[in-house]
Design a protein around this ligand. Structure first.
Ligand SMILES: Cc1cc2nc3c(=O)[nH]c(=O)nc-3n(C[C@H](O)[C@H](O)[C@H](O)COP(=O)(O)OP(=O)(O)OC[C@H]3O[C@@H](n4cnc5c(N)ncnc54)[C@H](O)[C@@H]3O)c2cc1C
Length: 548
């Protein structure tokens, strides 16, 4: 491959500690320096623990470090995504846009890391390859790619839900002579598309942000689509001074509202059932929702939109017609209209001028369900129909979501049991926070169906309180009982089966990865119910956990 963006980093240099065989000891090791890992580091340090945070990247930010592709930004309202744990931080930071872009988000997380002096405990360029539990010593031994080893009583995996990038194993992928990029490993330097023939593979949320921007820069763009999505207008705008003042004056109210709503956003479902509302009134609400920014069309819609197939279909058809109205060529429009899955059963991409990109003369849509990609060639992409020539191929092929970042680390618990093997048929946890047989391993990723930081803060605080409890009560280890875990897995599957989330081949159920077990990977209950359950378990002395 001509370009290094798709290749793994070259074998890391041996660290001095690895050469001397020295093993550093900490109370806790946190893997990942994104939204969750940074806050976890801060909290555990406050508790008086010695902590080392290990991060693959060369800087902080996680999602907002890696995803530098043009157009990358929040789909959450900026003022709801920032941390809430520090009032001072909230007052100091100005969000410039209602849906803030990656450069600003990365600046924000650097600001947080600097303000709380976190970087001194973060070791960057440090890829964790394995973590093995030493039962006799009650210590986790972590091994880095560079050979460095360190040990800690507590291991917190803040490795992210969308951080293990995925590229379909196309034949001939290394033979391409042009430039190749994966959107989640985008270079720090600007990529110049001027005069170039560019391919984008994938049409998920990332591609939907990227395509309208680069369409204006390239000579020609070809988009390879497998599944069309229900994309909805983002309607981003700048935050004016008065709104900025309002955010700062009302952060407690904004947060309270987000804590009360089912998915942690500042809007709730309409309490009525869609089909009980007269058609005209229903359409008026759809139009009203459509005219508003953000996810409100999804998460402020009628309350049965995610549970009742007929209600969902009613709104889905409304969206299909919105798409048809924006794409000039009716044949192209029909290719862009989703028909095989319910609205919201795949992550809804929010867009700015996405559909209009297909009205441009220099943009071509290829439906790979009609003409599948057969291989990547030295000159471009060969489908069952023809070979297309490109200067640049962009893989917007997403992630091995939710579980991928964890199962790619060789994690061994009691009796040498491998986490990857244990989760072969889908993740098995109690509350999403721990897994039986892996004492003192905490999973600090937000797997609730929830605006990320709103629930991530709660998860980090739960883990911190749990570790405090262990130390105060003179315990040394905690892990869920097998019974509690079985009951939780059954409950999570049951809750998921009542929603339409399993109705599409999406990353929510692992369907984007060949061979990955079909399982609902997000906890589909409401976020308040999830938080209440976690709080109740803690209040009952960590009911369902074995403390020793
Ligand atoms: C493009 C994009 C847009 C998104 N937009 C939104 C949004 O608008 N709203 C929302 O709520 N959520 C959004 N998300 C979800 C997003 O992932 C979360 O909001 C949040 O940033 C996750 O934070 P995190 O700290 O849990 O994980 P991450 O930010 O993914 O950080 C995990 C870190 O762990 C590191 N890591 C993983 N494995 C290892 C290892 N083996 N060794 C060392 N380090 C490792 C990674 O390098 C990474 O830096 C988006 C995701 C993407 C990809």
């Amino acid at each position: 491959m001509a370009d290094s963006q798709l290749q793994q980093a070259p074998a890391a240099q041996k660290a001095p500690e690895a050469q001397t065989g020295r093993v550093e000891n900490f109370d806790a090791i946190v893997i990942g320096a994104g939204v969750s890992g940074l806050y976890q580091l801060y909290r555990l340090r406050q508790l008086g623990l010695s902590v080392r945070c290990l991060e693959d990247a060369s800087g902080v930010g996680g999602t907002w470090y890696w995803n530098r592709y043009p157009g990358c930004r929040f789909d959450s309202e900026s003022e709801t995504y920032g941390y809430t744990f520090s009032k001072e931080l909230q007052q100091e930071w100005d969000w410039k846009e209602h849906y803030s872009g990656q450069p600003e988000n990365e600046r924000y997380l650097n600001y947080v890391a600097d303000k709380f002096d976190l970087k001194k405990d973060i070791q960057f360029n440090s890829h964790v390859t394995s973590a093995v539990y030493d039962e006799r010593a009650n210590r986790w031994e972590v091994l880095l790619e560079n050979g460095q080893r360190m040990r800690a009583q507590f291991l917190v995996a803040a490795v992210g839900i969308l951080s293990a990038r995925y590229i379909s194993p196309f034949e001939g992928i290394d033979s391409f002579k042009g430039e190749s990029y994966h959107t989640s490993r985008w270079p720090k330097e600007k990529v110049d598309f001027t005069g170039k023939r560019v391919a984008v593979i994938g049409t998920g949320a990332t591609a939907v942000q990227l395509i309208p921007i680069i369409a204006k820069e390239v000579d020609h763009l070809t988009v390879f689509q497998r599944t069309p999505n229900y994309c909805a207008p983002l309607r981003n705008s700048l935050v004016d001074e008065e709104t900025q003042r309002r955010f700062k004056a009302t952060y407690p109210e904004i947060h309270k509202k987000c804590l009360e709503t089912p998915a942690g956003f500042p809007y709730d479902f309409d309490r009525r059932k869609a089909l009980e509302v007269p058609r005209e009134e229903r359409l008026a609400l759809y139009e009203e929702l459509w005219s508003q920014p953000g996810f409100k069309k999804w998460l402020g819609n009628f309350r049965d939109i995610m549970t009742d197939r007929a209600a969902n279909e009613d709104f889905a058809e409304f969206v299909r017609n919105k798409i048809r109205a924006r794409v000039k060529d009716p044949v192209v429009a029909e290719k862009l209209v989703p028909k095989d899955h319910p609205f919201g059963s795949k992550r809804i991409p929010l867009e700015t001028q996405y559909y209009e990109a297909y009205n441009r003369d220099n943009v071509l849509l290829v439906d790979v369900r009609e003409t599948p990609i057969e291989r990547i060639t030295p000159r471009g992409i060969k489908t069952s129909d023809k070979e297309y020539e490109f200067d640049v191929i962009i893989y917007a092929t997403g992630f091995d979501a939710i579980t991928g970042a964890l199962t790619r680390i060789d994690i061994r618990g009691e009796g040498g049991q491998s986490l990857k093997d244990k989760w072969a048929n889908g993740p098995r946890t109690y509350l999403g926070l721990q897994t039986a047989g892996f004492p003192n391993l905490f999973i600090a990723t937000n797997t609730a169906f929830c605006n990320y930081t709103i629930c991530a803060e709660m998860i980090v605080e739960w883990i911190t309180d749990c570790i405090r409890y262990i130390r105060e009560k003179d315990y040394s280890r905690i892990a869920p009982t097998a019974q509690a875990e079985d009951a939780w897995v059954a409950h999570a599957n049951e809750v998921g089966s009542h929603t339409l989330l399993s109705g599409a081949k999406s990353w929510f159920v692992g369907a984007n990865i060949p061979g990955k077990a079909h399982a609902i990977l997000l906890y589909a209950n409401t976020a308040p119910a999830y938080r209440a359950k976690c709080a109740e378990v803690a209040a009952k002395g960590y009911e369902g956990f074995l403390l020793q």
